[in-house]
Structure formats: structure tokens, C-alpha cells
Design a protein around this ligand. Structure first.
Ligand code: NG1
Ligand code: ZN
Length: 564
């Protein structure tokens, strides 16, 4: 047996699978209770190195379970372009993690043979796997197991420490781009964002920047955003107060771990329409701009407390997408025709996007708003078809992708536009936006700076932004069915194809409601069928959602108690 094979087998045996566990690499990578993940981490470490060798480039491995409670952890691999692991590799990851301990080396060999990688060949010295982890108490240990996995197959792990998921994506992407390689670090990330942000707000009228309160969900966004803010120039730094940040003190570790994503964070705010703990501190902070990150800071939503009842006024992913699209269209309008001819701007949404936002994008901004399946990977794939592709999920995960060709065109044109101050400023603004907004993945910190910069540059108040459109009242519910995979939907998931009787039932329910729209789809991340409904009033949306949920229960084999 070769020594590498021996090392692999030994490591796998030292960290066996949990009894009865079946692992699956899904949209969010592997995500499970932290205590059953040891085997997954050493094996995913091994696979990440095979991926690096097969692409001959740096890749990444992030240890986090995002918005899940603290008891869970997870791992996601990042491809050389900073995007998610190619889908065709998900089954390799699943096979490797479910292999019997003494078969791990064989499965690894089979994968290597299939893709033509020779693990025994001389290792390229300039390739490595970036390993980053969040603030969960078990994350450093799991990251270390991943690094051991990488090293067992002769690979090199570059531990970048406690980072948000988007920082890890940034490091991988820029390390593989010669012109950005010097920025492939946590400091490089801050430098890049700081520069771009300063450019965007350079011409903004000095206004007493209103206070911003940030809920970091007791996750990794807290310390990372503190460091990012501290690195910004005094003159441009947003006046932000960060709350729900883990102190890092050992004595408080358990208490703070329990608070992670618990009654705080973007998921809590967006799904439950409830304020997180500590944000805002009412009544003093009524009307104050607030935002929440999720546990690994790849999502953000804005909100404020409004009115006598302090109801929550949400600026979700749809509204952020609309702000970006509006602002980008404004810059486009300031460019000479030669620069915009043939340039396609799109704002890609899922079926969960509020109907009012779609109407704003298509009718008001006159921008394409195609729909894809749920999940950022689908949105991302569609967005790259555009020269400027904005995409967001309503839950606050999204970004703006700028095509390389369009960016080159702007860069080349810039020097010739000196006599046209408006066009020149628009070019500079678009180039800075491309630098600020994460080109690989949704990024709460980058999005926060981009939203702040746009509001400042355009002297826009929250009322102005809120006034883009009024959300149609909506409701999301879910239930369990015997086999959710038996439910088949159309490409954009807005219609059920099987069982056909379910769609007939939904159609006849929707027809009874003014501005009604509803759909049901099997979740990709939970054993549940999700229902979404919109109508002209909250009561009607709630009622429609409940009825559609009952239809799912009746037509698709609901289990447990029938919803009422
Ligand atoms: P599923 O469980 O497939 O609905 C959920 C979210 C997605 C996305 C993924 C995480 C909703 C309705 N769905 O997917 O938007 O964030 O989790 O990858 O919020
Ligand atoms: Zn996340």
C-alpha cells in the first residue's frame, strides 16, 4: 500500500462516520449536527485538494452552518472562480463521505481516475486550499480536521482564520486572477472594499450620515465588520453601531453560542417580520436604519420601526435588488450610446420575489426580470448571461455580476471622457460598484457598504427607497408530506406539474383572491413542502396560504396533523 493510501486510511479510521449517518452534499454543502461531522471534514479536505489539482488552481473550504443554530456546523467547497463547487462534483463529495472507513482511499482513487488526476505526481508548489471558519465553538477543530485531510493527500492548506463566507470566496477568486492576486487575503478584501466605497461616496454631499444599527446575529459578521469599519478612512466611514457581536471571552462562550441566530439575524427578521434582540432600542431608535446579517454574513436585510405600533418596515433582498437596479440604470443613462449599445442589464428573481418588486423592475425601470428556480446557484447562472446581472433572493442573499467585457469597455473609455463630467462620473461609479460588490457570492458587508454608498450618493432617504413600491402582503408556510420528491414543478417552480390535481386546486384557490398568487414547492434544504401566497391584504394572503397548504396536505400525502 502506498504511504499516501496508508495516511488516508489511517485518518479515515481515526475519524469514523457517525453510526447510521447518511451524508449528502446539497446546495449548502454538508450541514448537520456538529458532532457527526468529523468524518465529513477529513474527507472533504481530501476532496478539496483533488479539486484544486483537477482545476490547477486554488480552491476554498468554508466551515460554517450559516443561519442554523449553534449545534450545527457545515462545510462548503469554493471553486477557483470564487463560485460554488461545480454541481458535477457534489456526488463525488457525497460518495466519499459515505464510504466505509477502509474504502475511503479506494473511492478517492476512483474519483481521481475518473477525472484524470494523479495524486502521486509532483505537487505544484503554488496551489493551495484556502480554509476559513466562522465563530462557532466547534469550527476551529473541524477546520483543523479538514486541513489534516488536505495534508494527508499531499495538499497545502492556507488557513485564513475566522472569516465570513464571502471573504473566503473573495480570497479564492482573487488568488486565481493575476491582476488581483495581491488582494487575496483578509486585508486585501478590506483594502478593495475600502477603496471602492471611498470612490463611490467621494462626491456625495456631506450630510450628517444617519446612524445605522447593525445586528450581527452573534455570528462571524460581528468581528469581521468591526475590523472592516475600523479600516475605512475616517471621513467616509459610515456611522454604524454593531450589536449582537460575540465578545470572544471564554467565560461567555456557551451563552453567546446559544444566542447565535437565535431570535436575531436576517433569517429571523425576514421570515418572522420580527425585530431582533437589541435592535432597534425602542422608542429612541424609531425610524433608525437597521440591518441584520445572517450567521456567516452572506445575507443582509434592512428595516426600521415605523408608526405608533412600531411595525417592522422591511427592505428585503427584493428591495435591495431594486435599489441596485435603479442606481445602475441611472448610471447607464448617463453614458454615451457607444458604451451602452448592446449592453444587457437584468434583475433575476425567484418565484418568492414579491410581485410588486417584479412590476417595479419591469414596468418602471424597464429592465428584464427573469425567474429561476430557488437557490442562488440558479440565479447566479442566469445573471452571467447579462452584462450587468443583479440577482437576489427575498431573504437577502444576492449580488450584482458585471461582465468582463463590459468592464473592459468602461475601463478603456474612461480616459476619453474627461470632457464629459457626467459620463465620466458614471463610468467611475460603475467601475467602483464592480469592485465593491462581491463578484462571487452574496456578501452582507459589501452589500451594506453598497447600499449606504448609493443612498448617500443619490441623497436618498429611507422613505424614498421604501417608496419604490409597496410590497403585496405575502405569507410563507410549510408542511411535511410522505415523499416531497414526488412533487414536480415547472422550471421556475411557480407551478406544480405533479400531482396535477394539486395545481388544479391551487389555481381555483388563487382565482378567488384579488391580486392572488400562490405556489408550492418541495424545499431543497428541509424535509418540507413550502407554500407562498400573495394577495391584496394580509388577511387574504394568510388565508390563501393556509388553503394552499391544506391542498398540499390533501393532494400530496401530508403527514401529521392537517394544517388549519
Ligand atoms: P429551500 O429550503 O429550498 O426553500 C432555502 C431558501 C432559499 C435558499 C436556501 C439556502 C427560502 C424560501 N428558501 O431553500 O432561498 O436560501 O434555503 O441555500 O427562503
Ligand atoms: Zn449564510
Amino acid at each position: 500500500m502506498s504511504s499516501m493510501k496508508e495516511a488516508v486510511t489511517k485518518l479515515a479510521a481515526a475519524h469514523p462516520r457517525a453510526q447510521g449517518a447518511v451524508y449528502r452534499y446539497g446546495t449548502a454543502g454538508f450541514r448537520e449536527a456538529a458532532e457527526v461531522l468529523d468524518a465529513v471534514f477529513v474527507r472533504v479536505g481530501m476532496l478539496s485538494w483533488v479539486r484544486a489539482l483537477s482545476t490547477r488552481a486554488n480552491v476554498g473550504l468554508m466551515v460554517t452552518a450559516s443561519h442554523n443554530p449553534h449545534r450545527d456546523n457545515g462545510v462548503k467547497l469554493v471553486d477557483p472562480d470564487g463560485g460554488m463547487l461545480s454541481q458535477s462534483w457534489e456526488s463525488f463529495a457525497t460518495d466519499l463521505c459515505n464510504a466505509q472507513e477502509d474504502k475511503v482511499a479506494d473511492v478517492l482513487e476512483r474519483i481521481c481516475n475518473e477525472i484524470g488526476v494523479d495524486l502521486a505526481a509532483k505537487t505544484p508548489s503554488d496551489i493551495h486550499v484556502f480554509v476559513g471558519w466562522d465563530t462557532r465553538t466547534h469550527s476551529p477543530r473541524l477546520a483543523d480536521l479538514a486541513a489534516q485531510g488536505i495534508e494527508s493527500v499531499g495538499g497545502a492548506a492556507e488557513r485564513i482564520g475566522v472569516v465570513t463566507t464571502p471573504i473566503l470566496h473573495h480570497c479564492v477568486r482573487s488568488s486565481n486572477m493575476p491582476e488581483e492576486a495581491e488582494l487575496a487575503s483578509v486585508e486585501g478584501y478590506r483594502t478593495k472594499l475600502g477603496r471602492a466605497f471611498a470612490t463611490l461616496v467621494r462626491t456625495a454631499k456631506p450630510s450628517p450620515a444617519p446612524q445605522l444599527v447593525v445586528d450581527a446575529a452573534f455570528g462571524v459578521g460581528g468581528p469581521c465588520f468591526e475590523a472592516l469599519l475600523a479600516s475605512l478612512d475616517n471621513e467616509v466611514r459610515p456611522k454604524a453601531e454593531i450589536r449582537n457581536v460575540p465578545t470572544g471571552e471564554a467565560a461567555k462562550a456557551q451563552e453567546e453560542a446559544d444566542k447565535l441566530n437565535n431570535g436575531v439575524g436576517a433569517e429571523h427578521v425576514q421570515k418572522k417580520l420580527l425585530f431582533p434582540e437589541q435592535v432597534p432600542n425602542l422608542p429612541d431608535e424609531r425610524g433608525v436604519r437597521c440591518c441584520s446579517f445572517d450567521g456567516d454574513a452572506d445575507r443582509i436585510v434592512y428595516y426600521r420601526a415605523m408608526g405608533e405600533s412600531d411595525s417592522l418596515n422591511l427592505f428585503d433582498g427584493d428591495k435591495i435588488a431594486c435599489l441596485y437596479t435603479y442606481f445602475i440604470q441611472m448610471q447607464m443613462a448617463a453614458l454615451p450610446d457607444a458604451l451602452t449599445s448592446g449592453v444587457k442589464v437584468g434583475c433575476i428573481q425567484t418565484a418568492y420575489a414579491n410581485g410588486a418588486s417584479t412590476e417595479y423592475i419591469t414596468k418602471k425601470l424597464k429592465v428584464d426580470a427573469p425567474r429561476t428556480k430557488t437557490g442562488v446557484k440558479h440565479l447566479h447562472h442566469k445573471a452571467v448571461e447579462y452584462d450587468v446581472g443583479v440577482y437576489f433572493e427575498a431573504n437577502g442573499h444576492g449580488t450584482v455580476l458585471f461582465g468582463r467585457e463590459f468592464i473592459s469597455r468602461l475601463r478603456e473609455a474612461a480616459p476619453g471622457l474627461e470632457d464629459d463630467a457626467t459620463a465620466s462620473a458614471a463610468v467611475e461609479t460603475l467601475l467602483a460598484l464592480e469592485q465593491l460588490i462581491n463578484q462571487a457570492t452574496g456578501d452582507a458587508m459589501a452589500d451594506l457598504l453598497a447600499v449606504e454608498a448609493i443612498l448617500r450618493a443619490d441623497s436618498m432617504s429611507l422613505d424614498d427607497w421604501d417608496g419604490f413600491y409597496t410590497d403585496l402582503p405575502s405569507r410563507q408556510l410549510k408542511c411535511q408530506v410522505a415523499d416531497r420528491t414526488a412533487i414536480k414543478t415547472s422550471d421556475d417552480e411557480s407551478r406544480v406539474l405533479e400531482p396535477a390535481s394539486l395545481q388544479d386546486a391551487i389555481d381555483s384557490l388563487v382565482a378567488q383572491y384579488k391580486s392572488g398568487r400562490a405556489f408550492a414547492r418541495p424545499s431543497g434544504t428541509e424535509d418540507a413542502v413550502r407554500v407562498y401566497a400573495e394577495a391584496d391584504t394580509s388577511a387574504a394572503a394568510d388565508e390563501l396560504a393556509t388553503k394552499v397548504l391544506q391542498a398540499v396536505f390533501d393532494h400530496a400525502g401530508g403527514v401529521g396533523e392537517r394544517p388549519n
